[in-house]
Write a protein that binds this ligand. Structure first.
Ligand SMILES: [Mg+2]
Length: 294
């Protein structure tokens, strides 16, 4: 994966300050700017790629303190590190900034080398924590969600669907004769098949669906707001798309087991067991097909 340059958002009501900071940082970072707090909040919640915010405190309309408090109160922006950069140099001001959740505090007039060093340190820490989070939730080979994430999110999705009486379907799918692919073409080739297969699953599913690698060549999909009949129709299309994928020229097929949430269900295991047993039926019926177990 190519590492993109980190993105820094500079927020200041003074164009001269914005310019000085932007010039300092443009060599190493992607720089975005906002001239007031409202614009900062808009940019931060619309753009998930902001790695750090340099925030002035004294601004008309909304102060930097208010902006920081709002950023920290919103789950979409709470993890973006905030550094105050300000002419307010009393100890109480600095303490207050930290209480609001800022990670650092730089007073003006600033030393360029200090700003560069602190920004670099905090961006590095942010990137490391993003990587750790990713490693904890994602499968290393395919970058799909891992089993750990699935076991965490599935009960929440199920409880939510039951509470709101929304349909929810669960799919278990398994690549047919995957062992033969590994034996015949080698494990590196097998890995490429898994990666290509995973990209197809991700592209096929909607953003709100959960697409997870359950283990080996077995995958689980949680499809919200979708009843059994629509899910079966959808999976038949996916089954045909997989057959057409032909990674490195060989035909790969898969067997699908579909089930949907019922009122009596109490958790993930029941759904999983039904979908898993439908996979066995699909295998017994000659593979490369979709079977439903209600
Ligand atoms: Mg100002």
């Amino acid at each position: 994966m190519i590492e993109k340059r980190p993105t820094i958002l500079i927020v200041d009501d003074s164009p001269a300050n914005i310019q000085a900071l932007a010039q300092l940082l443009a060599g190493d970072y992607q720089v975005k700017v906002a001239k007031d707090g409202l614009r900062c909040l808009e940019l931060a919640s619309a753009d998930s790629e902001i790695d750090l915010i340099l925030l002035d405190i004294e601004m008309p309309e909304m102060t930097g303190y208010e902006v920081c408090a709002k950023l920290k109160a919103n789950s979409a922006t709470e993890n973006i590190p905030v550094i105050f950069i300000t002419g307010k140099n009393a100890i109480e001001d600095e303490v207050y900034g930290f209480e609001l959740g800022a990670i650092d505090y730089i007073t003006k007039p600033f030393q360029p080398i200090i700003v560069e060093a602190r920004v670099k340190t905090h961006v590095t820490i942010k990137r490391q924590s993003d990587t750790l989070e990713r490693m904890a939730l994602r499968d290393h080979l395919t970058d799909l969600y891992n089993r750990h994430y699935l076991m965490d999110i599935a009960p929440k999705k199920i409880a939510n669907a039951q509470r709101h009486k929304n349909p929810l379907s669960l799919v278990v799918l398994d690549i047919d004769h995957f062992k033969n692919i590994n034996d015949q073409y080698g494990h590196d080739f097998g890995d490429e098949v898994l990666i290509g297969f995973s990209r197809l699953l991700e592209e096929f599913c909607r953003k709100e669906d959960v697409v997870a690698r359950f283990g080996g060549e077995e995958f689980v999909l949680i499809i919200d707001h979708c009843d059994a009949a629509s899910c079966v129709a959808k999976m038949k299309r996916l089954c045909a798309d997989i057959e057409k994928l032909k990674p490195n020229g060989i035909t790969v097929t898969s067997s699908f087991g579909v089930t949907s949430l019922q009122e009596k269900d109490t958790g993930f295991d029941e759904l999983f067991n039904r979908a898993d047993s439908a996979v066995y039926t699909a295998k017994a019926d000659g593979r490369n097909c979709v079977r439903l177990q209600e």
